[in-house]
Design a protein around this ligand. Structure first.
Ligand SMILES: [Zn+2]
Length: 114
């Protein structure tokens, strides 16, 4: 699968995820999405740099959820993400949704990227 094919599939999957969250009564706004390689924060080999990751902020009605509330909702929504083929959740970064089937090495890092 080419990077472009992965990016298009990832975008489609995020659309499904947003719809699923909406059906459960939650709304998302984008947090960190594409990360320009020129910025210096974050992991050097993050999937954000390959347009294969997005961080979502979660809302219930008009309230931004934080802490345990957000963690519980992201955990629930990650069950769906897992089901449609998304990368495994990172327990310390639950609002992060990424896609890299087969954990392919994309950057020459020698490690699968999340
Ligand atoms: Zn992230």
């Amino acid at each position: 699968m080419t990077l472009g094919e992965k990016q298009r599939e990832f975008n489609y999957m995020t659309a499904l995820l947003i719809l699923h969250a909406r059906q459960l009564g939650y709304g998302f706004t984008n947090g960190d999405s594409y990360r320009d390689p020129r910025v210096e924060y974050g992991h050097k080999y993050s999937l954000h740099r390959s347009r294969l990751a997005v961080d979502y902020n979660v809302f219930k009605a008009h309230t931004y959820l934080r802490g345990k509330q957000a963690k519980d909702v992201h955990s629930l929504i990650h069950d769906y993400w897992d089901m449609i083929g998304g990368n495994q959740r990172i327990k310390s970064d639950l609002n992060h949704y990424s896609y890299n089937p087969g954990d392919e090495i994309l950057s020459g890092s020698g490690k699968p990227m999340r």
